[in-house]
Design a protein around this ligand. Structure first.
Ligand code: C5P
Length: 285
């Protein structure tokens, strides 16, 4: 096998509770991840050099060591003494630095893809350890599950056996938000902390869209809005247009709406397409 093509989907966070700051500088999280149908494609091809070469037409995707896919491939090449070259082609559909974990998903695809292409034979739990070294959001993508609970930095994953399929309109303003900066702006208020995961989960399991919509939450929202106060209008416009509920994903700026049906989602997208260039109708994968 000389070539492998892998789908690399995005995620949303239906809940993102920040529980506190840790001694290592990260924040302790409790989150529900949802895998969605918006997806990049990663093509891994052996080459005859001894270099890792990244191809991607997107101008904001790093082509060298600044890209998590490069780091993922280097870690495996070094640890398993693999000297052969590799082309990594990234077909980018997921907006970059947008709270959708596109880069993390690409890195997970490269870890599991190279495990096969280079016949390394790592177990799932070994791959998860590599993922955690690359970033907090990488591990989720190694689990073949629609939904998962994420704890710790977000890297401790428990798949959730939930069959509900959701429809969303996803709007990503053309602004890059850096996760580190958003977390830095967060003012932690630990009194009266609600367990938003356990409030939302029963509604998700039963597919109760109205109740689920009311339970979406993201503790990073005040920090995101402190950087871009105008994004509150985007949330309100989606609600005014008939979305059941609206929430930021991760550290933003992507905003997703929960919509009752695909038909309704398509008509809502048509309204937002005129003002925002990155509007997607997506569903649970
Ligand atoms: O883990 P990752 O490299 O994706 O995180 C990027 C930055 O986001 C971290 O350096 C940290 O500042 C912040 N972060 C955090 N707590 C988390 C995840 C990320 O403070 N649980």
């Amino acid at each position: 096998m000389d070539r492998l093509t892998i789908h690399s989907p995005a995620k949303l966070n239906l809940v993102l509770d920040v529980l506190g700051k840790r001694p290592d500088g990260y924040h302790e999280l409790r989150t529900i991840f949802e895998r969605i149908s918006l997806s990049d494609q990663i093509i891994l091809t052996r080459n005859k050099t001894n270099k890792i070469i990244i191809h991607c037409t997107h101008p904001h995707v790093p082509k060298g060591p600044g890209n998590l896919v490069y780091k993922a491939a280097m870690m495996l090449a070094q640890d398993f003494s693999i000297s052969e070259g590799l082309n990594i082609d990234i077909i980018k559909n997921i907006p970059v630095a947008a709270g959708l974990a596109g880069g993390s998903s690409n890195a997970a695809a490269v870890l599991s893809g190279l495990n096969r292409l280079w016949q390394i034979g790592l177990s799932q739990s070994q791959l998860v350890k590599y993922a955690a070294r690359l970033g907090s959001d990488v591990a989720f993508f190694l689990y073949n599950t629609s939904y998962a609970l994420g704890t710790g930095r977000g890297e401790l994953i428990k798949p959730l056996h939930v069959k509900t399929k959701l429809w969303h309109v996803l709007v990503t303003p053309r602004v890059k938000m850096h996760t580190r900066e958003v977390f830095t702006r967060l003012k932690l208020n630990l009194t009266n902390k609600r367990d938003n995961v356990n409030i939302l989960l029963p509604f998700l399991r039963k597919g109760k869209i109205g109740r689920l919509a009311g339970a979406l939450s993201n503790d990073l929202e005040p920090a995101i809005l402190s950087l871009r106060p105008d994004f509150i209008y985007l949330k309100n416009k989606l609600l005014d247009a008939g979305a059941a509920g609206v929430c930021f994903s991760g550290s933003g700026p992507s905003v997703f709406a929960l919509i009752e049906s695909q038909k309704h989602a398509l008509s809502l997208r048509a309204k937002f397409d005129r003002r925002y260039t990155q509007v997607f109708v997506v569903s649970t994968l």
